[in-house]
Design a protein around this ligand. Structure first.
Ligand SMILES: [Fe+2]
Ligand SMILES: [Fe+2]
Length: 339
């Protein structure tokens, strides 16, 4: 969706040389002025290597998270409790696959190769969101993922709609609209269970108890320990700090939990009138780093499933390439005949 109509870096090197400032300092100054004016950088614009590298890392990690994020819920498609819930879950999991594709395409506009990105994921070199390494034990987990995981994703991603890199910002606008549907369907599924039997209510509470703290860690390490934040903020990639986003999420979710009738598993979750926010318990960052670095409950299973799906899909990629080659050959033949 991004690569077809956009100029690519290097594609118009001659034209760029003729019109762009000649020296590095002038190009850097033009980039800095664009950042200062809160402007947008497009694929054909000059950008510092570090900016390009940071974007490729962030966008590809985001793409990997969308694709791996299909797995915990995908497990439940065949076990959804009704036709309606099954249709909703199918649509949601397909949306996540689409998000991954928009984002890989956005990364490709930065000269990243899709094969390299996928290889980095499959070999364990690339990171993806820690949250998808937790198991989905019951149907209530699917609802809680929608309500809390997609809810946290929205909080994280809305500021990215204003990101300084055009293709990423535009991808996020559509993604956020779909994430909003994901969050609502999760809340709705939980509400139905909370209006059901005691056993259903217990199932929801148990799922909330297990997911709450891992969800809060989705916003990333505390600001004091977040090494890249200052630079990504200066570049207009990140707009709101990890801790501020986490706080916004906590403040918004407390009221939703009350409507739902569940208890968030933190006795320290109390309104602080002085701060104008809810206080919450310190998070277990050792657990976060353990899971990010490969030792969560499902890391090995998730990667193995991804690699298997990629290998089993090889015939689809080969067929698509063979078809594209045939079409190109046919078109070339037709244009030779017309000439
Ligand atoms: Fe998504
Ligand atoms: Fe989602």
């Amino acid at each position: 969706m991004y690569t077809q109509s956009l100029d690519l870096p290097g594609q118009h090197a001659d034209a760029a040389q003729a019109s762009a400032p000649q020296d590095e300092a002038a190009r850097q100054a033009a980039f800095d002025a664009c950042m200062a004016a809160d402007g947008k950088i497009e694929p054909q614009d000059w950008m510092p290597q570090a900016y390009r590298k940071t974007l490729v890392r962030q966008i590809s990690q985001h793409a990997h998270s969308e694709i791996v994020g299909m797995l915990p819920e995908g497990n439940w498609i065949s076990r959804a409790p009704s036709l309606k819930r099954k249709a909703i879950l199918l649509a949601k999991v397909q949306d996540e696959g689409g998000h991954g594709l928009y984002l890989y395409s956005a990364a490709e506009t930065l000269d990243a190769s899709r094969d390299d990105l996928v290889d980095a994921l499959h070999s364990g070199r690339a990171k993806y969101s820690s949250i998808f390494n937790y198991p989905t034990l019951t149907w209530a987990d699917v609802g809680v993922i929608g309500w809390l995981v997609d809810g946290a994703a929205i909080m994280n991603q809305i500021p990215l709609c204003r990101c300084s890199y055009g293709p990423y910002a535009r991808a996020m606008i559509r993604i956020c609209k779909e994430e909003s549907f994901h969050q609502r369907q999760g809340f709705d599924a939980l509400l139905a269970m909370m209006r059901g039997t005691d056993a259903q209510r217990e199932m929801v509470q148990d799922a909330v108890d297990r997911w709450w703290f891992p969800v809060l860690m989705m916003f990333g390490p505390p600001d004091a320990a977040s090494t890249n934040s200052a630079q990504t903020m200066a570049w207009g990639i990140k707009r709101i700090s990890n801790d501020d986003l986490r706080q916004k999420f906590v403040d918004a979710t407390v009221e939703q939990a009350r409507v739902l009738g569940v208890t968030l598993p933190d006795p320290g979750l109390l309104w602080n009138a002085e701060r104008g926010h809810y206080d919450y318990r310190p998070l277990d960052w050792d657990e976060f780093w353990r899971v990010i670095n490969g030792d969560g409950p499902c890391n090995k299973e998730r990667l193995a499933t991804r690699v298997k799906a990629h290998e089993e899909g090889a015939w689809v990629r080969e067929a698509a390439l063979a078809h594209a080659a045939k079409v190109a050959e046919r078109e070339a033949r037709a244009s030779r005949a017309a000439a």
